[in-house]
Design a protein around this ligand. Structure first.
Ligand SMILES: Nc1ncnc2c1ncn2[C@@H]1O[C@H](COP(=O)(O)OP(=O)(O)OP(=O)(O)O)[C@@H](O)[C@H]1O
Ligand SMILES: [Mg+2]
Length: 764
């Protein structure tokens, strides 16, 4: 009895539900806990029997639970107890309960299974908590995977670490991989290994700082390279010793690749912007310069730092501001490809002309900036200007050449007849002075005609190999007189100066013209320096005037003064014919045009350096020759007697010139045959026996002088020839340069000049 009471108490107070079922599955006993868990209701309290269990069984996860696997059925079928069967039921009140069931058979005296006793443990709470934990673990993993973020815990003392699944995926390892110090360093890319170890021991552990590093790794699984960002916080024990590090590893390979791609595309753009020959700039909407590429410094001479942050307008020529504004308005109106030519200030106080293009940068409709590109077209404009200038000069030259041709003939006639008449007058004839005035005027007109021909490069040049030093020395005598008292003349002649091939008389003209200009620029006195030097040209900086000179050896003639100098406007025009700043009557403006023409016709180059108040220096470059200058290039002495009895064939298409030339020669005893053109001269010569000398005009309609001489000489190789001409015609004299060895008389000539030259050629 006592024992029965004990069992009953036990059953009543048990936290485990206890059930007894008979062979038919009818519940014959349930303790209070079982009633509570299963929601059982007694049919009749006294009867101690229960309604047949109505609950549906299922697995924890909701899957079907086969009838024959239910604990009751299994015990009945096998007669063996079952333990810890997970079984979910749905109670009549609809609530789902998770149970852990044990069941065992109860046998009668004969050993037959009479009923089944089962214990039920309600594990709903526990299972739910576990499911929630599993779910949150799953979510954690999922979010780690999405973030490519793995986590780890490192035991600092042992170096052993644990890793999350995602961390393993990032590193390409699994849980069998050695999770120790060697395992970790083995994952780091060999190039970064020692650096990372030093960082971890010195910076993180040593200074108790947060681990925060991006580093490259090599995945053992496939050897591929990736980048990770490791973060880790240190945990200390009560004594303040570091015990653990908790942290995350993020796979940042994609970001690094994107960064790298961005960097390389930025690098490309930068290289493009930095390397381009055009200036590229950016402006804020209110016109402040916010970016400039390096070529800006090259073109303007300013440093970029000097201009960034300043108003763009200050960089422009004040007169060009309306143009800049116009461009901006066109850009804002989105007109297609507007451009403007604007002048940009340079550091040296000048301007360069830029061709501007611009584009507006908008964000969300609002203007956030202006981007612009400027091409420096100064040189192009200069070239165009030079080309126009050259065309103008060519036209003027043609005109001048034509005029000079006629002038020379007229002047020959004027000079010749005045000389002839003068020769016939008695020494005390009072008409002499008048005739001498005519002669002087003719001489001035002759000089002017020469200048016209010189600047139009139609002079007949008689180049020889000579030393510039000799020309300067020869000119020096004349210069002393020209310069006046208060101008000091200094010459610095290089004794080792190389020779050049040029017309000595013309070079003297160059020096004289430059010197006279210098004198005019020094009304209060000063110093004129004439210098010669050997120079090598090559690799002159772009933009330097000498950069247009082909590389090679040159002889430099430098003529410098300490006079008034010139401003840029004057400097730009000095070589133009008829450009002068001198008052009327003082200058014709032909001096430097002549110099320029002679230098150019001689294949040389001329440059000038001058600033107002700082004097002027002209530099003339002529090609240097290897051969030495011909000794004694001086003109032959005039013959003692100019008379002769030889036969002269005189060919000249201009009637008056021919007449006076004939007269001059005949008076001296020569037999003169005249012809008015090449063809009739050739006929005359064929019919005639002895002809000692052919005196022929070079430029004639029909057969020219050269052709005639060649034709006659084919029959008479010893025939002497004297060419006469007023100017160079390309058909006869290429570039006006007379072949060495040919005898030449420049028009206009005088009877005396003609006679001397004829005698000289006959005797030569
Ligand atoms: N050494 C110099 N210093 C200052 N200005 C000069 C110098 N040489 C030339 N110029 C300027 O260049 C202008 C043109 O010179 P250019 O020799 O061609 O003509 P010009 O001297 O005026 O006249 P012309 O030589 O025909 O008598 C001069 O009027 C002068 O303004
Ligand atoms: Mg002059």
């Amino acid at each position: 009895m006592l024992r029965r009471e004990f069992l009953r108490r036990l059953a009543d107070t048990s936290p485990v539900g206890i059930l007894v079922m008979d062979r038919d599955g009818q519940i014959t006993f349930a303790n209070p806990r079982a009633e509570q868990v299963l929601g059982l209701v007694k049919r009749r309290i006294t009867e101690r029997r229960y309604n047949a269990a109505e609950w549906r069984a299922s697995r924890y996860d909701g899957g079907p639970f086969p009838d024959d696997e239910r604990p009751f059925s299994r015990v009945m079928a096998t007669g063996q107890p079952v333990f810890d069967v997970p079984l979910a039921i749905e109670r009549p009140d609809g609530q789902r309960v998770l149970l852990s069931v044990n069941a065992a058979p109860l046998r009668d005296a004969a050993g037959r299974v009479e009923s089944v006793v089962a214990t039920l443990e309600d594990v709903s709470r526990r299972e739910q908590a576990m499911a929630a934990a599993r779910e949150s673990e799953r979510l954690l993993q999922q979010s780690q995977r999405v973030a490519r973020l793995g986590s780890y815990v490192l035991d600092v003392g042992t170096g052993v670490w644990t890793s999350s699944t995602v961390l393993d995926e990032i590193f390409g390892i699994d849980q069998t991989y050695p999770h120790d110090v060697d395992g970790w360093t083995g994952l780091i890319h060999p190039d970064a290994r020692s650096g990372m170890l030093a960082y971890f021991t010195q910076d993180v552990l040593g200074k108790q700082r947060r681990f925060d590093r991006e580093y490259p790794i090599v995945r053992p699984s496939d050897g591929s390279h990736r980048w990770v960002h490791g973060l880790g916080d240190l945990e200390c024990d009560a004594a303040g010793r570091v015990v653990r590090m908790l942290g995350t590893i993020q796979d940042i390979t994609e970001r690094r690749r994107a960064d790298e791609a961005l960097r390389s595309s930025q690098d490309q753009y930068r290289a493009l912007v930095d390397g381009v020959r055009d200036v590229i700039f950016a402006l804020s909407p209110d016109g402040v310069l916010t970016a400039l590429n390096p070529v800006f410094e090259e073109i303007t001479g300013w440093s970029r730092a000097e201009w960034l942050g300043r108003q763009f307008a200050e960089l422009l020529h004040p007169a060009d501001l309306p143009g800049a504004l116009g461009l901006l308005q066109q850009v804002l109106r989105a007109e297609p490809r507007p451009t403007a030519q604007l002048r940009v200030r340079t550091r040296d106080g000048g301007y360069r002309v830029g061709e501007f293009r611009a584009a507006v940068q908008r964000r969300d409709g609002a203007v956030v900036g202006i981007l612009g590109i400027v091409r420096d077209i100064t040189d192009r404009l200069t070239l165009e200007e030079q080309f126009r200038q050259a065309q103008k000069m060519e036209a003027v030259g043609q005109l001048a050449g034509g005029v000079a041709h006629d002038f020379n003939n007229l002047l020959t006639v004027i000079s010749s007849y005045s000389e002839l008449v003068l020769g016939a007058l008695a020494p005390d004839d009072e008409r002499r002075a008048d005739l001498e005035e005519i002669q002087a005027a003719a001489a001035r007109a002759t000089a002017l005609t020469r200048q016209l021909l010189a600047f139009s490069r139609r002079q007949v040049l008689q180049p020889t190999v000579l030393s510039l030093n000799a020309v300067v020395t020869h000119a020096e005598n004349l210069l002393g007189r020209l310069m006046g008292e208060d101008v000091a003349l200094v010459t610095r002649l290089d004794p080792a100066l190389g020779s050049v091939k040029a017309d000595a008389g013309q070079l003297e003209q160059v020096i004289m013209n430059l010197a006279v200009n210098a004198r005019d620029a020094m009304p209060g006195g000063g110093t004129l320096t004439i210098e010669t030097r050997n120079v090598e040209i090559g690799g002159a900086a772009a933009g330097a005037p000498e950069s247009v000179v082909p590389p090679g050896g040159y002889v430099l003639l430098r003529v410098a003064d300490t006079g008034t100098g010139m401003d840029a406007g004057t400097r730009a025009r000095i070589f133009e014919p008829f450009f002068t700043t001198k008052e009327p009557g003082k200058g014709t403006g032909l001096g430097l045009a002549t110099v320029y023409g002679i230098v150019k016709q001689s294949g040389g180059y001329i440059f000038v350096d001058s600033e107002p108040g700082r004097g002027a220096a002209f530099r003339v470059y002529l090609s240097r020759l290897a051969e030495p200058a011909a000794a004694g290039a001086a003109r032959p002495l005039p013959p003692k007697s100019v008379a002769g009895s030889e036969t002269v064939l005189l060919v000249e298409d201009e009637e008056a010139v021919r007449a006076v030339a004939c007269q001059s020669l005949r008076r001296l005893g020569y037999t003169v045959l005249e012809a008015r053109n090449g063809e009739s001269a050739a006929q005359l010569a064929a019919a005639q026996g002895a002809i000692a000398i052919l005196v022929t005009d070079v430029v004639m309609p029909g057969m020219n002088g050269r052709a005639l001489a060649d034709r006659l000489r084919a029959r008479r190789p010893r025939l002497k020839v004297l060419f006469v001409s007023g100017y160079a015609d390309n058909a006869v004299l290429q570039d006006g340069v007379l072949e060495p060895g040919l005898s030449f008389l420049q028009k206009p000539f005088t009877p005396e000049g003609l006679a001397q030259k004829v005698r000289e050629v006959l005797d030569g």
